[in-house]
Design a protein around this ligand. Structure first.
Ligand code: MEV
Length: 316
């Protein structure tokens, strides 16, 4: 039996969420799957990347795998069995370094595969803590939004909280939101972009930027509940401008957002860590989604469309 972790898109609030601001994100139907296929020394094979890692084998994947296994052992309750080790086969159905939460999806799929093997039912807080040990290896100081979405899917408002559980509020959309997710083809490093944003901390305009993004998230949440897509699209566009001012957009991502809007999108922005990776465009119909996809394809950018906030985006 295989276990699943969702990928995600952030609609608003990435980067600011690291600094305590709320963000809105949705789980993707695609993500990562994993299964423990043989009980023996721990190893991990990931398709379609065709990489194999062992704990502490000198690679970052090996370091993350090791951190997850250690965190799982540290989290063990007296009533639970000694952790199983073995060979795990995993498959990631998302582009990597693209802001779609592939590493968090993989962490959650691995954790769940091991928990299935041990017969452990781990709640959200415990799962989040273990998956974050993996994410810290790749991303330094993650807010936890990627692992939270990998665990719960759906459409949520997320806020990290120092020293306690994050707040995770499911949002009920008046109507499903159709997003076109466009890939720039430039790999983005979330860690590098989070560090870049942190250099603005304490500088002039920092508090105003965070307060503005918080207000945009609040406005977007109300727009989602009311079905006011134009208001949501506008908030997304303003959020992109804030992110660009922190230096986490690229000329290609900016151009993709512009083309998407010219093709009829109600709003467009980069999504996730930026510095490359993906952008999202909010559209009012499948027809406009096709027009946006065409416009992006003419730039050489593949895309897919997804619906969030309607039927559950979780897949198990
Ligand atoms: C990455 O998907 C989202 C960021 O806000 C980083 C984080 O929240 O950990 C850029």
């Amino acid at each position: 039996m295989s276990a699943f972790g969702n990928g995600k898109v952030i609609l608003l609030g990435e980067h600011a969420v690291v600094h305590g601001v709320a963000a809105i994100a949705a789980g993707l139907r695609d993500g990562a799957r994993a299964a423990l296929v043989e009980r023996r020394a721990a190893s991990l094979h990931v398709a379609p990347w065709n990489v194999t890692a062992r704990p502490d084998d000198g690679t970052s994947l090996g370091a993350a795998f090791s951190a997850l296994l250690r965190a799982r052992e540290d989290d063990r309750r007296p009533s639970e069995p000694a952790p199983t080790h073995g060979h795990i086969e995993a498959c990631v159905a998302l582009p990597g370094s693209a802001g779609l939460g592939s590493s968090a999806a993989l962490a959650v799929a691995l954790l769940r595969a091991l928990d299935i093997a041990d017969g452990i039912e781990r709640d959200f807080a415990r799962s989040q803590a273990v998956a974050l040990a993996w994410e810290r290896v790749f991303h330094g100081n993650p807010s936890g939004i990627d692992t939270a979405l990998a665990l719960v899917g759906g459409l949520v408002r997320y806020r990290r909280s120092a020293g306690s559980e994050p707040s995770l509020v499911p949002l009920s959309a008046a109507r499903p939101l159709t997003l076109v997710v466009g890939q720039s083809g430039e790999p983005g490093s979330t860690r590098a972009m989070v560090e870049r944003v942190a250099t603005h901390r304490g500088r002039e305009g920092w508090d105003e930027a965070l307060a503005d993004i918080e207000a945009l998230v609040r406005c977007a949440e109300q727009a989602i509940v009311d079905g006011a897509l134009d208001v949501l699209g506008n908030a997304m566009g303003r959020c992109h401008e804030r992110l660009a001012a922190w230096g986490v957009s690229t000329p290609r991502l900016d151009a993709m957002c512009e083309r998407a809007r010219a093709a009829g999108a109600l709003g467009a922005k980069l999504t996730g860590g930026g510095g490359g990776g993906c952008m999202i465009a909010l559209v009012a119909s499948e027809n406009v989604a096709a027009q946006v996809a065409d416009a992006l394809a003419r730039m050489g950018c593949p895309s897919f469309s997804t619906t969030v906030g309607g039927v559950s985006t979780e897949a198990r």
